[in-house]
Design a protein around this ligand. Structure first.
Ligand SMILES: C[S@@+](CC[C@H](N)C(=O)[O-])C[C@H]1O[C@@H](n2cnc3c(N)ncnc32)[C@H](O)[C@@H]1O
Length: 461
């Protein structure tokens, strides 16, 4: 174990006891800051950027692995227990569960993100063979003579905008070398993931793209793609060596990752899960399909916005106006089931939806926030039902959530989802605030001035 890994373990031990306090007492902030860890980070990907395996792909929508560690510890989960994450993203929950010898079921509907989770959760490589393949690949890349390569022109325009022609040649050369390498399918996926993470590090387009379209203003220093890739792949190999040392611990662990819709029944028995942890999409108009456009374009999984809508956007729960087709909604956009089982929430939501419907007519973008809100709660209601079915009696479902204020109309997401949880059968819920958020947009005159937060909602069955 390297010096850094050791430090990582000690920090997480300290943190676990602190978060345990956090979950039991309202004054957790003092404990967290005494340990040098801020609860503000638990809902973010920041801690994962330096943690083995988690750092294989930078997913800004991810949460901290430390939250999962703390909850496993707090609930005394042991080998043989099952942990569910219905929005597993790039696999933070599954990686931590596997490290701790806990069985896990992760659900993810986004095909690319699901693939990332799968690669991160496969550790059963023949390390000698992997090392041989890696060294062959690196040697081949270092012999590359870029001047003699053909100019690359087969990618969608967005990809070309993110790189100089020579750096795109390098990326394309790596991709080609991986596809020709004589190695196992798992090894090829391992190298492809290293290349996928290289895409953003090597790019000259600044962070936030393609959400914020690449342009001069957002440009950063471009980095040699071959150097970045070789560094990344060696770092990933080192991480695997660390987890392989603990091989016995995870050898008999089940780590199931299903590419499916979290609103549909999960193929497991009722009352089989000991704990569920998740972070669903927030109701904040963030388009997950758009966020991974560069990766999907580069890998050749999609060529256009339309491809991404078919393969991704239409498969996710509604959380962005780009997913809305107004004609697909009836006059009362909230579901009858929600109205029947949760009449108070239905009434409150209907009132806010009507406000948003009127407001949009006077706004430049005429954003369909009204239907986005309705679609979000319809969808989350279905997810709560599915999770409820598979949880054991007395077990907990912990959600990291953000509230929202489209056009300034405040939506207390965690309170509404808590109440919807009761409507599907959960016995109780509690909410704890992790951090305030949204302050960084203060300079934007278009944006509302409502201060938002991120919270933990715990539903108890
Ligand atoms: C906030 S992210 C979760 C990130 C995760 N905690 C991690 O650390 O990687 C929410 C995830 O929900 C996924 N998602 C959205 N709609 C879904 C659906 N209907 N079924 C399953 N997953 C869905 C999105 O693709 C996204 O990856």
């Amino acid at each position: 174990m390297s010096g850094n890994d050791h430090q990582y373990k000690i920090e997480s031990d300290k943190l676990q006891s602190c978060v345990r306090e956090q979950l039991k007492f309202e004054f957790y902030r003092a404990y967290m800051s005494a340990a040098g860890v801020s609860p503000e980070r638990l809902g973010t990907f920041q801690d994962n950027l330096r943690a083995p395996i988690h750092r294989w792909f930078k997913y800004p929508a991810g949460f901290s692995y430390r939250l999962v560690e703390a909850l496993i510890d707090d609930k005394n989960l042991a080998p043989g227990n099952w942990l569910l994450d219905p929005f597993v993203g790039c696999g933070t929950t599954s990686v931590v569960a596997k490290e701790h010898g806990i069985n896990s079921l992760g659900i993810e509907a986004h095909p690319f993100v699901w693939w990332v989770a799968r690669v991160k959760c496969f550790w059963e490589y023949d390390m000698q063979s992997l090392q041989r393949s890696m060294l062959t690949l690196i040697r081949h890349l270092h012999q590359a003579r870029l001047g003699e390569m053909e100019t690359v022109d087969r990618y969608p325009a967005l990809v070309h905008k993110c790189y100089s022609p020579v750096n795109l040649q390098r990326l394309d050369f790596i991709r080609d070398a991986i596809s020709r390498l004589d190695c196992s399918d798992e090894e090829r996926d391992f190298f492809l993931l290293a290349l996928t993470d290289t895409l953003r590090t090597a790019s000259k387009a600044g962070t936030g793209w393609p959400y914020i379209a690449p342009n001069k203003y957002h440009e950063k220093q471009e980095r040699d793609a071959i150097e970045v890739f070789c560094h990344q792949v060696q770092m990933m190999y080192k991480d695997l060596s660390v987890v392989q040392e603990r091989r016995q611990q995870y050898e008999r662990v089940e780590c199931r990752l299903l590419q499916m819709d979290a609103r549909q029944p999960y193929p497991v028995e009722s009352e089989s899960m000991d704990l569920a942890i998740t972070s669903p999409p927030y109701l904040n108009n963030y388009d997950y399909a758009d966020r991974t456009r560069l990766e999907m374009y580069f890998l050749g999984w999609a060529q256009s916005w339309g491809d991404i809508t078919d393969q991704v956007r239409d498969k996710l729960i509604i959380a962005a106006t780009t997913q809305i087709r107004r004609s697909a909604f009836p006059d009362d956009p909230l579901s009858h089931e929600l109205q029947e089982l949760a009449p108070r929430i239905h009434a409150e939501l209907s009132d806010k939806i009507r406000q948003l419907e009127k407001m949009r007519l006077h706004k430049g973008g005429k954003k369909s926030y009204d239907l986005m809100v309705a679609g979000y709660f319809n969808d989350m209601f279905q997810v709560l039902k599915q999770v409820y079915r598979v949880m054991k009696k007395g077990s907990e479902f912990v959600l990291v959530l953000g509230d929202s204020a489209p056009y300034g109309v405040y939506i207390p997401t965690e309170e509404y989802l808590g109440a919807l949880g009761l409507a599907v059968g959960f016995g109780g819920y509690r909410i704890r605030e992790l951090r305030e958020r949204g302050g960084k947009w203060g300079h934007n005159p278009q944006r509302h001035k409502v201060m938002l937060k991120e919270s933990l909602l715990t539903l108890v069955k």
